[in-house]
Each structure stands twice: as C-alpha cells, then as structure tokens.
Ligand binder design. Sequence first.
Ligand SMILES: [Zn+2]
Length: 131
Amino acid sequence: MSLPASKSKTTSTDASFQQNVVQLISVARRPEEALNLLCEHYRVERPRLRMGLPSGEKRALGCYVHRDKTIYISSEEYLYDPYVLIHEFYHHLRHVGGKHRGTERHARDFALAFLRTARLASTPDGAAAPF
Ligand SMILES: [Zn+2]
C-alpha cells in the first residue's frame, strides 16, 4: 500500500486520519493498528509497542526508548489512551526523522491536535478535554 507523496497542510484527509487513529486506540482498542496507520502516514519505521515500563522508569504513563525503538506503556489502561500513545509516537517520529527536536511541548501539542480533531468530529458540544 502506498500513499500520495504530498506534504500538504491540514486537509480533511488529515482530519479523518487523525480521527481514525484516535478511534482505533480508544474505541476499537487496537493500538497496534493505530501505530501501523501512523507509521504509514508519516512513512517511518514501525516502533515496537510494549506493556510495562523499562527499568528505571517508574512514574511515566509511557515512554519511548530510542535504543530499542520501543514505545512502552505503563499499564493496559493507558494502552487505550490515545494521548499517551500518540505522544510517545511523536518522540519516535522525531528520532527517526533525525531532527531531535522532540521536546515535551511538541509531543504534547502533536497529541492534542489528534484529540481535538477527534473530539470535534464526535462531540460537537465539546466535552472537557482530558488534558
Ligand atoms: Zn514525552
């Protein structure tokens, strides 16, 4: 499967992509498939997805370890939390892209953009954002 090579600004296609990703994680509860979609869209290598944090990490909800190319999610609860998975995917994306600009603020904004899109699509009355 291949995607068109355009790197356009936000389009309705992007919006439905973002919505799909969020729903795959939180509604369909298929985070692995959401990751496939993200990797296809951004054309990056697929990171692994693991439950439980690596040793040394105790307080994070999730984390990305570049050495292992692995996204770790602290517990099942957060495996189905789109914010956590998309946030960690951003760190993977930045590492693979080699730019190394993966600050927490950027990761947060990246994930929130997905949530905002999905929320606009599903709840027009705007329930409170979880973050
Ligand atoms: Zn982070």
